[in-house]
Unconditional design. Structure first.
Length: 156
């Protein structure tokens, strides 16, 4: 494939459903893609476009984790990249852009409930497991992961 033009930009939750649905909620009603908090003013959604096609999404919500007690924490949710675009650095780029934007919004920590198959991906980006793993029926084992943010953790 020849060089493509890509961009990462803020999108709406509804636009994010276009990738969330086939990757995270396949076979379920489209309404299952809506997360509580999707429409809060402190929540933002990023889309990764190749040329004009949306191929990856991630949602960031200002949300504390009970075990953290940090008012400046954001939760990463709904990270998804279309299957035929995976393993190309798109997820890395989305997470790094999200970290930069969280810092700009006064956030100092990012956390998520990572599916077991995604733990290694997040560990490579500097995230660490904490709290006890838990199972979500029909989805699988999840690990709570976190990363403290500072200007030095998001550069380069």
């Amino acid at each position: 494939m020849k060089s493509s033009h890509f961009s990462i930009k803020e999108i709406t939750a509804t636009i994010a459903f276009n990738v969330r649905h086939p990757v995270l909620r396949e076979g379920k009603p489209i309404e299952s893609c809506h997360f509580s908090g999707d429409d809060l003013p402190t929540t933002f959604h990023l889309g990764y476009y190749i040329d004009q096609q949306l191929v990856g999404v991630v949602t960031l919500m200002k949300n504390n984790h009970a075990a953290l007690q940090i008012d400046t924490a954001f939760q990463l949710r709904g990270m998804a990249v279309l299957s035929n675009f995976q393993k190309r650095g798109i997820g890395d780029a989305l997470v790094k852009k999200a970290e930069t934007m969280i810092l700009a919004r006064g956030g100092t920590l990012i956390w998520m409930n990572a599916r077991e198959i995604a733990v290694q991906f997040y560990e490579k980006l500097g995230y660490e497991k904490f709290a006890k793993p838990f199972n979500i029926p029909k989805i699988g084992l999840h690990f709570v992961m976190k990363k403290s943010l500072s200007k030095s953790t998001t550069s380069g």
